[in-house]
Design a protein around this ligand. Structure first.
Ligand code: G4P
Length: 285
């Protein structure tokens, strides 16, 4: 299955990243703001070691705003500038680009002092599939461009994408899969739609969602699925069955599971974040 961590695939992606790394001034790592930890590729910390790096917490419109701030502060405390972005709705990337430019201002100045005129900043956007790399690149470029790095098997020449902000971005290399060492990470990725195929059963994903939302966002379950606060004290499978009945699906809990999964994925239940800051211990090398 595509999302398994094959050492061969990972080494290839790693080499491709490393090759291109030499050509850029800054690495823009894109994560899903709902999963600031689980949607990161853990390899990046070590391979981008000596490079300026910024993190974009994308899809912020779908994430819990308080949690996004906590995560942004967390990354900043670890020396990585982080930006909360909603690239689907925000057309204007001026502020973001200006901040990224500031990150490399010293380097640009060095070049300028050495006589290089009009030095153009070169960047690389990187992230696991579905975090919004293409969307962000399109915003930067101001037009629709195809990102080859999203497709397996495509020959990856070095494509430079010109942006309207005077920064060139190298096309994303290879596919950086998330590392799913822990089933919980897989369930989180499935719940947000980063994994769309059937690696996980909908009922397992729904039960995970019920468990998580009971703890962190109980009011969302109460509002969406006609259950009461007392109902939430039921064990998760019983609660799923009760929701199934209350939503008029008799005992078709498969259908209800699918609904819960899709509701969470699309944000119908409202904004949420699935990674908690206390899970972040040793998250950054
Ligand atoms: P990728 O290149 O990293 O694989 O991701 P891509 O840009 O293709 O984005 C994946 C999905 O996430 C797309 O939705 C895209 O519209 C959505 N997306 C990207 N950025 C944001 C954001 O900031 N907020 C929200 N809400 N969604 C975002 P899709 O379902 O594949 O397509 P569509 O619904 O846009 O047609």
């Amino acid at each position: 299955m595509a999302f398994h961590w094959y050492p061969g695939h990972m080494n290839k992606a790693k080499n491709q990243v490393q090759d291109r790394l030499k050509l850029v001034d800054v690495v823009i790592e894109i994560v899903d703001a709902r999963l600031p930890l689980s949607s990161r590729n853990p390899m990046l910390d070590s391979i981008t070691n000596n490079k300026k790096r910024v993190i974009i917490l994308n899809k912020s419109d779908l994430a819990d705003p308080k949690a996004s701030t906590v995560w942004r502060d967390y990354f900043e405390e670890h020396g990585i500038s982080a930006y909360i972005v909603d690239s689907k709705h925000a057309n204007n990337m001026n502020n973001l680009i200006n901040s990224i430019k500031k990150e490399v201002a010293q380097k640009v100045e060095k070049y300028q002092n050495a006589g290089v005129k009009n030095y153009k900043i070169k960047a690389m956007c990187i992230g696991i599939p579905n975090v919004g790399k293409s969307t962000i690149l399109n915003r930067f470029a101001g037009k629709n461009i195809a990102v080859t790095g999203n497709k397996p098997g495509v020959t990856k020449n070095q494509n430079w994408i010109k942006t309207k902000y005077d920064v060139d971005i190298i096309d994303t290399p290879g596919i950086l899969w998330p590392k799913i060492e822990d089933e919980k990470v897989g369930l989180k990725l499935a719940l947000t739609g980063a994994i769309k195929d059937s690696v996980f059963h909908a009922d397992d994903v729904a039960l995970f969602a019920i468990d998580y939302f009971k703890k962190y966002y109980p009011e969302k379950l109460i509002k969406a699925y006609k259950v009461t606060e007392e109902d939430l004290e039921l064990e998760n499978p019983e609660l799923l069955l009760l929701m199934t009945k209350k939503m008029g699906m008799r005992d078709d809990f498969d259908r209800m599971s699918e609904k819960i999964m899709m509701d969470v994925r699309k944000g119908t239940l409202g904004a949420y974040t699935l990674d908690q800051i206390d899970e972040a211990e040793n998250a950054i090398d």
